[in-house]
Design a protein around this ligand. Sequence first.
Ligand SMILES: [Zn+2]
Ligand SMILES: [Zn+2]
Length: 358
Amino acid sequence: MRAAVLHETGQDKLDVLDDVEAVGFGPGKVRIRVRATGLCHSDLSAMNGVLPQPAPFIPGHEGAGEILDVGDGVTALSPGDRVLLCWLPACGGCPSCKRGQTQLCLAGFMNAGTPNFKRPAGDVFGFAGTGTFTEEVVVDAGCAVPIPDDVPFDIAALIGCGVTTGLGAAVNTADVAAGSSVAVIGCGGVGVSAIQGARLKGAAQIVAVDPVASRREAALRFGATEAVAPDGLADAKQRITAGEGFDYVFEVVGKSATARTAYETTRRGGTLCIVGAGAADDVLQLNMFELFFDEKRILPSMYGGGDVLTAYERAIALWRAGRIDLEGLITHRVPLAEINDALDQMRTGAALRTCIEL
Ligand SMILES: [Zn+2]
Ligand SMILES: [Zn+2]
C-alpha cells in the first residue's frame, strides 16, 4: 500500500512509497482504511526533531476512516464502521484515568516504541503510535472512535487533534469567563479553534496574533474581534486593556520566546494557557519575584485538557448546531502524492489545515 515515509529525522521531504505494509494486527487491534488526514504542526515538529519520535516513521496522527478488520476480543467495533483516530486513547485503569484526567494517560504512548509498519527495507514507526499518512493503519481498538454518519471524514479527522486541542484549551483548561479579554498567539488550525472556544464562552474581546496576513484574516472569520501582527500586540494590549494585560492569553506556537511574550501580555492574576507543543531544550525563564507577585496562572493544556471522548462528542454537537465552523478550517486539500506541497503550505503559514484525501 501507499504511505508517506520520513527516512531520517531532520529531512524536510516525505517519500511517498507503495511498498509499505501495516503490521501488528491481532487481538485487541483494528485495521483501518484511512480516508482523510489533516496535517498538524506536530507532524512537522516530529520530522524536524522538536518532538521525540523514532525514525523511519510515517507522520500523521489526525485521521479518520473505515474499519476493515477487527481482532479477537474487539466487540465494540465491526468492519465498515466509520471512525476517527485518537492518538491518545485512555486505558481507563491508570492513576490519571481514575482521576478523570484521561488526557494524561500514558498507556497509548507505550505503542509508540513499537513499529506498526514494515517495508522490504525494514521496520517503520507510526507517529505517536498512529501514522495516518497512509492508506491503512493497525492500531489498538481504543484508538478507533466511532463517528456518526453525518460527520464527514475530513471533519472527523480535525476533531481527532487540532479542534479538540484548541477548543479544549479555551473551554476546559482556561475556562474563559464571559465578558473577558483574550489574546491568542499563533493562529493556525489549533489557534483558530481556541478563538472559537473563547467566542463560545462569551469573551468580549479576542485578539488574534499571527505574522501571516491570511491567518489574521481567517481568525476574524472564526470570531476574533481584531487581528494583529506580533509587533502590534503591545499596542493592542494598551488600547484594549489600558496596559493592564489580557485576562487570558493562549500561546499556540510552542516556543519559549512567544510564551514569554504571552506571559508579559497576561494581566496580573490573569491566565496564561500554554497550548503549543515545544522542545525539551527550549527553556522558559520566569523570575521568582514576578512569579509570586503577579500571581499569573500558568495553565498548560494537553490535547484539550479534558476527557477526549467527551471533547469529540462536544465538538460534533457544536459543529452540527452551527456553533463552530470546521469546514472553514480546511483551506487546502491534496492527494497523498502531493504531501510535500502540503508540508510547504504548513511551513509558510498559508494553510490553516491541509486535508490529505486518501
Ligand atoms: Zn496534532
Ligand atoms: Zn490510563
